[in-house]
Design a protein around this ligand. Structure first.
Ligand code: MLC
Ligand code: AMP
Length: 493
């Protein structure tokens, strides 16, 4: 049996999930996910790694469906609830999922796909009690596909097995002292490892409670914190920035109540993007906590972390987690000498199996001797790793989301009035980076507001450019290649 599911039998009466003002026990999670698994199986003995996509808001149903897919032997493919249909359709087509589970609020969005007879659409509200037995699941079976942007145009499906997921969970539950007494608030999107592995799955592995927040806002988060139930929190730096802004703008009485609540927490984590030292310091003033910064990636879960007990160094990501091997390597994949910077390369049971249906891309991302190449550049500074940058200017991190500049350029170039364009990440205190686009136009009569509306159907909000400039031509080097660093400077200036 899947160990995560097996563990739940030790905590039957404890609260596993809180969502929409309701509490659900581990026993309810086991029963509901079994019903869903049997419905998905529909008489078959095993889904045998068939991808099942699901479009369901964060909450109990989301978790029961994820577990139901796993228990039936399928591959869980969570779809982003904020994506436009084009992005959702991309994932459905790329995975070739023949079953899609959706909740009622997405019926209208998905309607245009209902005519596709090769896809079975199941409403997440209609699962009923079922009787039957479930298959034995092999730990090496594929379990999940999460989409991530890369240095090529389109996002790639990152496939992890049950064994990978278990390794990603246990490296954190042991390093960070998770226990069944913990209660975490989950404010993160549920189609990425941060929300799925670090928050949800670590809590459920430990018999703890994972509470879901309806809509992120400083007010909503602090109101829940002030009930004094939550004791663990994990978020991206942008979220801490937004919470600090809310705190600074609220009444002194409210501030005092928030600070009192935060001081009771066991610990708080930041990751998915570099934590600015100013955010770390301001959060410490508000909460009394030194944020624990860690480093990870969709392809590997978490790899490097500041210590739970011990010094958490500002601007540093810490040391390798248990069972994770790290080296810094040069362009020829040779380990660099001490003190020299290099690409972070990783080995361990946490590393993903493959990019879905992309054997070449999978091969290219590993060295000949089996190290996973992250593309992040770091140096070891007095025993703690420090991220210095990335080896591609075409990867942007905004609000903790990884975004490919090339993917946005491809969409912009398909606009009838755009001849050419260049997209870059511009440093920003709140978002880490915001997206800037330089446009070379085919017309003098261009309506930027109309472009923004046009983009809404093609890209999720967080991938839409926030700043535009217009140029006769893009800056290029002698080879004719766009010089992205020059372009960046134009936005900053
Ligand atoms: C949204 N907005 C942005 C933006 N995203 N503006 C600039 N840059 C962006 N990236 C604007 C919207 O247009 C809108 O503006 C306003 O902000 C609110 O939009 P929203 O969609 O409602 O945003 P909000 O819910 O507040 O989202 C902010 C957020 C979200 C920080 C909660 O970005 C988020 O959940 N980020 C986490 C992503 C994550 O989990 N990454 C982990 C990947 S895994 P207007 O003007 O219309 O009001 C990984 C591995 C690892 O990285 O190590 O963990
Ligand atoms: P994703 O592909 O969305 O999983 O994003 C992974 C990327 O996020 C990594 O390759 C890093 O570039 C970045 N990242 C994650 N954690 C940190 C961190 N603590 N500091 C800097 N960058 C980080």
């Amino acid at each position: 049996m899947i160990t995560l599911v097996q563990n739940a039998h030790n905590y039957l009466e404890r609260t596993a999930i809180k969502s929409n003002d309701q509490s659900y026990t581990y026993e309810q999670l086991l029963t509901t996910s079994k019903n869903i698994a049997l419905a998905l199986l529909d008489g078959k003995t095993n889904l045998n790694e068939a991808p099942v996509a699901f479009l369901v808001p964060p909450g109990f149903n989301y978790v029961a469906i994820q577990w139901g897919i796993w228990r039936a032997g399928g591959i869980a493919v969570p779809l982003c609830v904020k994506h436009p249909l084009t992005s959702i359709q991309y994932v459905i087509d790329d995975t070739r999922a023949s079953t899609i589970v959706f909740s009622a609020n997405f019926k209208n969005l998905l309607e245009p796909l209902f005519k596709r007879s090769e896809i079975q659409f199941l409403s997440s509200e209609n699962f009923t009690d079922q009787h039957g037995s479930l298959p034995e699941i092999d730990a090496d079976q594929r379990a999940m596909i999460l989409y991530t942007s890369g240095t090529t145009g389109n996002p790639k499906g990152v496939v992890t097995t049950h064994k990978n997921i278990e390794a990603q969970i246990t490296s954190l539950t042991t390093s960070w002292d998770w226990s069944k007494e913990d209660h975490i608030l989950n404010v993160l999107p549920m189609h990425h490892v941060h929300g799925i592995i670090n928050v949800l799955s670590c809590a459920l592995w430990s018999g703890a409670c994972c509470e879901f927040l309806g809509k992120f806002s400083g007010d909503n988060v602090f109101q829940i914190f002030c009930k004094n139930e939550v004791n663990v929190f994990m978020a991206v730096p942008t979220i801490y920035y937004k919470l600090i802004t809310f705190f600074n703008d609220t009444t002194p009485q409210n501030q005092q109540q928030i600070t009192t609540a935060l001081k009771q927490f066991r610990f708080m984590v930041s990751g998915s993007a570099a934590l600015p030292i100013s955010v770390m310091e301001n959060w410490k003033k508000i909460s009394g906590h030194t944020l624990l910064e860690r480093y990870g990636m969709t392809e590997m879960g978490m790899a490097i972390s500041n210590p739970y007990n011990g010094e958490r160094r500002p601007g540093h990501i810490g040391q390798p987690l248990a069972k994770v091997q790290i080296r810094l390597a040069d362009e020829n994949n040779k380990e660099v000498a001490d003190g020299i910077s290099g690409e972070i390369q990783v080995k361990g049971p946490n590393i993903f199996k493959e990019y879905w249906h992309k054997p070449e891309a999978t091969k290219d991302t590993f060295t000949e001797d089996g190290w996973f190449k992250t593309g992040d550049i770091a140096a070891l500074d007095e025993g703690s790793y420090k991220i210095l940058g990335r080896n591609s200017v075409d990867i942007i991190k905004s609000g903790g989301y990884k975004i490919s500049a090339l993917e946005i350029e491809e969409v912009l170039r398909s606009h009838p009035q755009i001849k050419d364009c260049g997209v870059v990440g511009i440093p920003n205190d709140e978002w880490g980076e915001i997206i800037g686009a330089s446009l070379v136009l085919d017309t003098k009569d261009f309506d930027i507001e109309a472009l923004k509306v046009w983009l809404k159907e093609k890209l999720p909000g967080y991938k839409s450019p926030r700043k535009y400039i217009f140029q006769e031509d893009l800056p290029r080097n002698v080879m004719g290649k766009v010089t992205k660093n020059e372009l960046k400077k134009l936005f900053v200036d």
